[in-house]
Ligand binder design. Structure first.
Ligand code: HEC
Ligand code: HEC
Ligand code: HEC
Ligand code: HEC
Length: 458
C-alpha cells in the first residue's frame, strides 16, 4: 500500500484546505433554497458554448471585488481560473498521476478516455459543443450552471440577471441544496452516469470524499450572499445544506450498491462501496472492535456507512422514529453484505427511500441552536464509540462540526470568544484526521470531545 502512504497528502487535501477555508473564504456561509421541483440530474440537452463566452471583462471576467449593478461581483471567471481546481481538472489527466492511472488501466491517454473525461471535463456530446468550447477547460461554468445555448444571448446583451431565467432556459438551479447535491455528487461520489470503481482506485486514483457545505466553501465560492442575493434567492443555512448532502450521498451510495452493473468481478464484490481502511491499514496496528451498528464479527470488510452515521445525529432531532428505522436497516445492510446472503438490493431500496424522506423533511426543517448543539453532542458522543471509529466517519464528523459551526456563527449564536474556543477544538479534529495512514480513533475521539466541551448550551 505504498501508493496510499505516499499520497496521504492528496487523499486528505480537502481537510487541509478547509483549515484555510474557514478563515480565507468566509464570505459564503449559506446557500439558497428554492421551492420548485428539483431536477434529478443536470440536464445536458442544450449546447455548451464554452467558458470563453462567460469570461469577458464586462461579463464574469472582471477584476471587481464588489458587486456591480448586475447584482453579482462579475469576477467569477477569475476566481474559477485562479483558485478553483475545476479549472485544472482536465490538465491533471495529463500529469504524471493521470497518466499512471490510465496506463495501469490500459485505457490509452487519460485525456482521451471517456471514463476520465466524464468527471474531469464538461464532456457533453460533440454536437452540443459551441465554437469556444474546449474540453481542456476542465469542469467549466456550464458543467455546473447548464448549457447556455438559450440564455447566453439575451443574458449577455442586457445582463439579464440569472434569476429571470427559468429552468426551461437551461440554467441549473445550483442554489437549491437538493439540486446542488445531485450535481456535485455525480462527480464527487459517482452516480449511474459516472461511476468510479475500485479498479480505478487500484490504478492509483485518489479516494473520493465529499461534504456538500464544506466543498461549496472551499471550491472556493465565487458568489457572495448579501441582501441583493437574498432578494432573489431563498437561502438555506449551512447546517441544512450539510444535512441534505448527507442524505443524498447515502441514497446515491446504496442505489449504486444495489445496481447489478456494479456487482464486482469474480468472487469479489465492487470494493469501492466498502470502508477503504477496513482493508488498507497495517496489520501491526490492531484496532478492530465490535460495532453495534454493524453487528459484524472481525475479519470482514464493511460497507462505508459514514454518511449514515452522520444522518443518525440529524434524524434524532428531525424524525427520531425514521432515524431508528434507518439505523436498523443499515445494520441489516451490513449483515446482508458481509454476513448474510450477499444480496443487498431489497434493503438498499428501503434505505434509499428513507434517506429521501429525511432529505425532504430536512429541506424545510428550521434547525434551532438547540438542534445544532444536540447534533454536535450526538456526533461527539458517537465518536467515543466504535460505531464512528472509521477514518471516513471521523473525516465526515470533522466536516460536520465545521458546517454546524458556520451556521452557529451566521446565526449570531456564538460570540468571538466561544467561536475561538470551538474553532481551536475543530483544529484538533483536523489534526487527528489530516494524515489518513496515521489515523488513530482514540485521538479523534478526544478531539471530538473537545468540540462538545467548547459548545455552549442555549
Ligand atoms: C466519478 C468521477 C470521476 C472519475 C470517473 C474519475 N475521476 Fe479523477 N477525480 C475525481 C474527483 C472528484 C477528484 C478530486 C478528489 C478530491 O480532491 O476530493 C479526482 C482527482 C483525480 C486526480 C488527482 C488530481 C489532483 O489534483 O491531484 C487525478 C490525477 C485523477 N483524478 C485522474 C483520473 C483519471 C486518469 C481518470 C480516468 C481513469 C479519473 N480520474 C476518473 C473524479 C473522477
Ligand atoms: C463546480 C460547480 C460550479 C462551477 C464550475 C461554476 N459555478 Fe458558478 N456557482 C456554483 C454554485 C454552487 C453557486 C452558488 C449557488 C447559486 O447562487 O446558484 C454559483 C454561483 C454563481 C454565480 C452567482 C449567482 C448569484 O445569483 O449571485 C455566478 C454569477 C456564477 N456562479 C458564475 C459562474 C461562472 C462564470 C463560472 C465559470 C467561470 C462558474 N460559475 C463556474 C457552482 C459552479
Ligand atoms: C463534472 C464533474 C464535477 C462536478 C459536477 C463537480 N466537481 Fe468538484 N471536482 C471535480 C474534479 C475532477 C475535481 C478534481 C480537480 C483537480 O484536483 O484537479 C474536483 C475538485 C473539487 C474541489 C477541490 C477538492 C480538493 O481536493 O481540494 C472542490 C472543493 C470541489 N470540487 C467542489 C465541488 C462542488 C461544491 C461541486 C458542486 C457545486 C462540484 N465540485 C461539482 C469534478 C466535478
Ligand atoms: C476488501 C478489501 C478492500 C477494500 C474495502 C478496498 N481495497 Fe483498495 N485494494 C485492495 C486490494 C486487494 C488491492 C490490490 C493490492 C495489490 O495489488 O497489491 C487494492 C489496491 C488499492 C490501491 C492501489 C495500491 C497500490 O499499491 O498501487 C489503492 C490506491 C486502493 N486500493 C484504494 C482504495 C480505496 C480508496 C478504497 C475505498 C474506496 C479501497 N481501496 C477499498 C483491497 C481493498
Amino acid at each position: 500500500m505504498q501508493l496510499i502512504a505516499t499520497r496521504a497528502g492528496i487523499l486528505l487535501s480537502p481537510l487541509r484546505v478547509l483549515g484555510r477555508g474557514l478563515v480565507g473564504f468566509c464570505c459564503v456561509w449559506m446557500v439558497s433554497l428554492g421551492q420548485a421541483a428539483e431536477p434529478s440530474a443536470p440536464a445536458n440537452a442544450l449546447a455548451h458554448l464554452g467558458v470563453g463566452t462567460c469570461a469577458g471583462s464586462n461579463c464574469h471576467g472582471s477584476n471587481s471585488l464588489t458587486k456591480r449593478n448586475s447584482g453579482v461581483v462579475q469576477n467569477e471567471y477569475r476566481i474559477w481560473q485562479q483558485y478553483d481546481k475545476h479549472a485544472r481538472a482536465y490538465v491533471v489527466l495529463q500529469g504524471a498521476l493521470g497518466q499512471r492511472i490510465a496506463a495501469n488501466l490500459g485505457i490509452g491517454p487519460a485525456e482521451k478516455a471517456q471514463i476520465c473525461l466524464d468527471c474531469h471535463a464538461d464532456n457533453v456530446a460533440p454536437s452540443l459543443r459551441g465554437l469556444k468550447f474546449h474540453l481542456s477547460d476542465g469542469v467549466g461554468c456550464e458543467a455546473c450552471h447548464g448549457g447556455s445555448e438559450k440564455w447566453l444571448g439575451p443574458h449577455a446583451s442586457g445582463l439579464t440577471p440569472h434569476t429571470v431565467l427559468t429552468r426551461d432556459d437551461g440554467l441549473y438551479p445550483t442554489d437549491r441544496p437538493v439540486a446542488r447535491a445531485t450535481l456535485c455528487l455525480s462527480c464527487h461520489q459517482g452516480d449511474d452516469t459516472r461511476f468510479i470503481s475500485h479498479r480505478i482506485m487500484g490504478a492509483g486514483h485518489p479516494r473520493l470524499s465529499f461534504e456538500l457545505q464544506t466543498y461549496t466553501q472551499i471550491q472556493p465560492a465565487h458568489f457572495v450572499i448579501d441582501d441583493k442575493y437574498r432578494a432573489r434567492k431563498a437561502v438555506a443555512t449551512g447546517v441544512q445544506v450539510w444535512a441534505v448532502g448527507q442524505a443524498l450521498a447515502l441514497k446515491s451510495l446504496v442505489t449504486e450498491l444495489a445496481d447489478q452493473r456494479h456487482k464486482g468481478d469474480g468472487v469479489f464484490p465492487e470494493l469501492v462501496f466498502f470502508d477503504c481502511q477496513s482493508c488498507h491499514h497495517t496489520t501491526t496496528n490492531l484496532r478492530w472492535q465490535r460495532r453495534a451498528a454493524t453487528g459484524l464479527g472481525p475479519g470482514v470488510p464493511h460497507f462505508n456507512d459514514a454518511n449514515a452515521v452522520m444522518l443518525r445525529a440529524v434524524a434524532a432531532r428531525v424524525a427520531p422514529a425514521l432515524g431508528r428505522a434507518l439505523e436498523m436497516n443499515i445494520r441489516a445492510l451490513h449483515q446482508a453484505l458481509s454476513a448474510g446472503n450477499g444480496r443487498p438490493a431489497p434493503i438498499a431500496g428501503t434505505i434509499a427511500a428513507e434517506a429521501q424522506e429525511l432529505c425532504d423533511l430536512m429541506s424545510t426543517y428550521n434547525f434551532s441552536r438547540a438542534d445544532m448543539r444536540a447534533m454536535i453532542v450526538a456526533l461527539a458522543q458517537t465518536s467515543q464509540t466504535s460505531d464512528a471509529s472509521d477514518y471516513a466517519a471521523a473525516e465526515q464528523a470533522t466536516m460536520a462540526f465545521a458546517s454546524i459551526l458556520y451556521s452557529l456563527k451566521m446565526d449570531g449564536a456564538v460570540d468571538a470568544g466561544t467561536y475561538g474556543a470551538m474553532r481551536a477544538a475543530l483544529e484538533n479534529c483536523y489534526t487527528a484526521t489530516r494524515v489518513q495512514d496515521a489515523y488513530d480513533p482514540r485521538a479523534f475521539a478526544a478531539a471530538a470531545l473537545s468540540i462538545e466541551q467548547a459548545t455552549p448550551s442555549w
